[in-house]
Design a protein around this ligand. Structure first.
Ligand code: HEM
Length: 416
C-alpha cells in the first residue's frame, strides 16, 4: 500500500446505515481517502463526482484483480466482498478482454432490444398491480416484495430462461451475497450455496436448452471468441442475474417512496408539468441504487493532487451513489429530492467502459412500474409515513429494505 497513505484509516460501515453522511465526510477529506473494508482490506474510497468520472474512464485503472491486484494473495477465505470483487466475468475484465466478453451479451440490451421487452414488462406490472388492487381497503403491503422485486426478477429471469423452481432460491442467495456485514464463516456458507444454485442452473439449461441468454452463453453462440469456461459461465450468470435482481428493485422502491413523501412533485407529474422520467433521473441522482461496487486497482501510480498518490496495485472503490450528491456538481441543495431541478446529472450507472449494460432496461422497468402503480392506484399511500424506511444493510446496494404502503385507503368509516 502507498507510502503516502494517511495514518488514520476509517472503517467503512458495512451496514451502510448512514451512507450519504459517511460519503459526505469522506468527500470533504480529499479526492480519495483510504478506508478499511470487511476482512481488513484497505482501499481508496472515491466520492467526488469529477474524480469518479476521471478514474472510471482512465485506462490506468482496472477491475481485473488477477492482473492488477498484488494484494489478492492476502484475502481471507470467505471474504464477504469476494462474490462481487472476485467474480470472473466481464465486470472484472480489462481492456480488449473486457470488450470481447461484454459483447457476448451487450446486443441484447440495446435501446431497440429493450423497447421490444416493453409489452412483457407492462404485462408483468399489470398483473402484480392488479393483485395489489384486490387487497381489502386499508390493508398494507410491502411494495418492495409485492412489486419491485417480482417485476425485476421476472424480467431478468425470463430473459435468461431461469426455471421457476430456481427463481426464489437464487434470489435469496444473491440477496445474502450482498450482505457486506456477514462474517467470514457466514460469507463462505453463502458463497457455497450460491455456487450450488448457479451450477444447478447450468446443468438444467444444458439438458433443457431454450431460446434464452443462458442457453446462448452455454453454446457460445453469443460470443465471438472461445466459449466461456465453467467458472466464467457461472460468474456471468451471477453478474447478469445479480445486476437484474438487486438494482432496479431499489430504483423503483426509492422512487415510489420519494413520490409518496413529496406530494407536490407527484401532483406535478399528474398535471404533466414534469414526467416520470424526471422522477426517475432525480431518484438516480439522489438515491443511487448502487453505492460502492468493489473494486478497481491502479495499473500504475496515479497522482490525484492534494497530496494523494495512489500507488500501482492499490485497490480503489468508487462510490457511485455519492457522485450525484456532490455539492461541487449540484451546489443547490444536493441532499434534497427535487425532480424539477434543471440538471439531475449523476453517475448512478457508472461511466467509461464498464457503464451499466442494463441502464435502458432499468429505466423502462421503473417507468412502467411508476406510471402503472400511480394510474391504477391513485390513492396509494405510505402505511407508516412517520417512519423513514431502513436501508438495505449493504454498502453495495442502496435502497429501502422494505416499503409498506396501503394500496387502497380504508373508507372514512372503516378507519380506526
Ligand atoms: C437502476 C438500476 C441499475 C443501476 C443503478 C446499475 C448500476 C451499475 C453501475 C454503477 C455499473 C458500473 C460498475 C463499475 O463501473 O464498476 C453497472 C454495471 C453493470 N450493470 Fe448495472 N445497474 C442497474 C441495472 C442493471 C440491470 C437491470 C442489469 C441487467 C440487465 C445491469 C447489468 C450490468 C452489467 C452487466 C454491468 C457490468 C458492465 C461491465 O462491466 O462492462 N444493470 N451497473
Amino acid at each position: 500500500m502507498s507510502s503516502s497513505a494517511p495514518r488514520r484509516c476509517p472503517v467503512l460501515d458495512p451496514t451502510a446505515r448512514a451512507a450519504h453522511a459517511e460519503a459526505a465526510a469522506l468527500r470533504a477529506e480529499g479526492p480519495a481517502v483510504l478506508v478499511e473494508l470487511p476482512g481488513g482490506v484497505r482501499a481508496w474510497s472515491v466520492t467526488r463526482h469529477n474524480v469518479i468520472q476521471a478514474l472510471t474512464g482512465d485506462p490506468r485503472v482496472s477491475r481485473d484483480f488477477r492482473q492488477h491486484w498484488p494484494g489478492l494473495a492476502d484475502v481471507p477465505e470467505g471474504w464477504p466482498l469476494a462474490p462481487v470483487a472476485l467474480q470472473q466475468n466481464f465486470l472484472n475484465a480489462y481492456g480488449t478482454e473486457h470488450h470481447r466478453l461484454r459483447r457476448s451479451v451487450a446486443p441484447s440490451f440495446t435501446p431497440r432490444r429493450v423497447e421490444e421487452m416493453r409489452p412483457q414488462v407492462q404485462a408483468t406490472a399489470d398483473h402484480l398491480i392488479s393483485t395489489l388492487a384486490e387487497l381489502p381497503p386499508g390493508e398494507s403491503v410491502d411494495l418492495r416484495k409485492a412489486l419491485s422485486l417480482p417485476l425485476t426478477i421476472t424480467v431478468i429471469c425470463d430473459l435468461f430462461g431461469v426455471p421457476d423452481f430456481l427463481r426464489g432460491p437464487l434470489g435469496a442467495a444473491i440477496d445474502a451475497v450482498l450482505d457486506t456485514a456477514a462474517d467470514l464463516e457466514r460469507g463462505l456458507a453463502i458463497q457455497t450455496e450460491l455456487h450450488r444454485l448457479l451450477t444447478r442452473l447450468l446443468r438444467h439449461k444444458e439438458s433443457h436448452p431454450g431460446t434464452d441468454l443462458t442457453s446462448d452463453l452455454i453454446t457460445g453462440s453469443a460470443a465471438d471468441g472461445p466459449p466461456l469456461s465453467e467458472p466464467e459461465l457461472l460468474d456471468t450468470f451471477f453478474l447478469m442475474l445479480g445486476a437484474g435482481y438487486e438494482t432496479a428493485v431499489n430504483l423503483i422502491t426509492s422512487a415510489v417512496h420519494a413520490a409518496l413523501t413529496h406530494p407536490e412533485h407527484l401532483g406535478a407529474v399528474r398535471e404533466n408539468t414534469i414526467g416520470w422520467g424526471d422522477v426517475i433521473e432525480e431518484t438516480l441522482r439522489h438515491q443511487g441504487p448502487v453505492n460502492y461496487l468493489p473494486m478497481r486497482y491502479a495499473v500504475e501510480d496515479i497522482d490525484l493532487g492534494d497530496g494523494v498518490l495512489i500507488r500501482q496495485g492499490d485497490p480503489i472503490i468508487i462510490a457511485f451513489a455519492a457522485a450525484g450528491r456532490d455539492p461541487e456538481l449540484h451546489p443547490q441543495n444536493p441532499d434534497e429530492f427535487d425532480p424539477t431541478r434543471a440538471s439531475k446529472e449523476h453517475l448512478a450507472f457508472g461511466h467509461g467502459p464498464h457503464f451499466c449494460l442494463g441502464a435502458h432496461l432499468a429505466r423502462l422497468e421503473a417507468h412502467i412500474a411508476l406510471a402503472t402503480l400511480f394510474t391504477r392506484l391513485p390513492h396509494v399511500a405510505l402505511a407508516h409515513p412517520e417512519e423513514p424506511p431502513s436501508p438495505v444493510p449493504s454498502f453495495i446496494v442502496n435502497g429501502p429494505s422494505s416499503l409498506h404502503v396501503v394500496p387502497t385507503p380504508a373508507a372514512a368509516g372503516q378507519r380506526e
